[in-house]
Design a protein around this ligand. Sequence first.
Ligand code: 13P
Ligand code: SF4
Length: 328
Amino acid sequence: MSLVTQEELIKKLKPVYLDHEIDGRILPLTEEINRLKKEKNAVILGHNYMTPDVFWGVSDIIGDSLYLSKMAKETKADIILFNGVHFMAETAKILSPQKKVLIADLKAGCSLAESITREDVRKLKAEYPGVPVVTYVNCSAEVKAETDVCCTSANAVQIVNAIDSDTIIFLPDEYLAGNVQKETNKKLITHPGRCMVHEMYTPEDIRSTKRLFNNDVTVITHPECHEDVVAEADFSGSTSQMVDFIQKSKTNKIMLVTECSMGDNLRSQFPEKEFVSTCQTCPHMKRITLEKVRDALLEEKFEIFLEEEVILSAQKSVNRMLELSFKK
Ligand code: 13P
Ligand code: SF4
């Protein structure tokens, strides 16, 4: 099963790929991958930053990191292949430890996850005894194991405000922390981690685009951008919140301040809208290709293994986040 029929897939790919690439590479590979998925009872989760061939061609479930975590927990499949980055596949393993969780390239990392170790968190906890720790899911399983509650960009303010403490250690994204700080009365203690994609944007990038289009452009940012960049935007939210915003809004011209493939995928999803301006590429997300996805399913590699102690501790912080986010 796939999200789209072959006819719909071709329509979605046409704005981005040449015909010979669609016919000669993408369609044969997606067919092979979708057959392997069925044979192995595997589910493919696809993050919004996957390239359109991977995103539309082979995903069973698409979304932001929060939604995909929830779905990793709920799936009945035997194998989860996570088309995203390593911390996302680890989160799936934490939530579904009995399942085989695969990622097509183990080097698909994240500058935020690499910015902090378990030892760094232990030091901060010793420096601020009793202060609760909230970590962005963009971190390793070991860091999650030191955490009280995880959060994503979709629910960071909600999680921080739900915690019964005036001071919170908020890790590891200092820019996300800056954006959350503007919406909470709690004092956040941060760490100097940044997303290598979103830190590239400046307020002037937005101002100059607005000037170019005489202000007739709606600007959407990811909260991993600096707070001065977010301050220039009409909307800021997680990758799926961006999709919802566009779906509901009447705006026709959109400047996306986020990763490039998100723009390509939205262009296919909303052909009636115009997406303007440049974008930034995440080299980690771009490691996931159709060829590697096919090999990963075929050889059931690369499997995510975590120590039981890490899984049990990290489960508490990720499950707490899901409870707070999806409480009825
Ligand atoms: P989302 O949770 O918004 O999908 O973001 C994940 C991410 O890595 C953004 O850079
Ligand atoms: Fe990490 Fe940024 Fe890439 Fe997302 S876009 S995976 S936060 S480096």
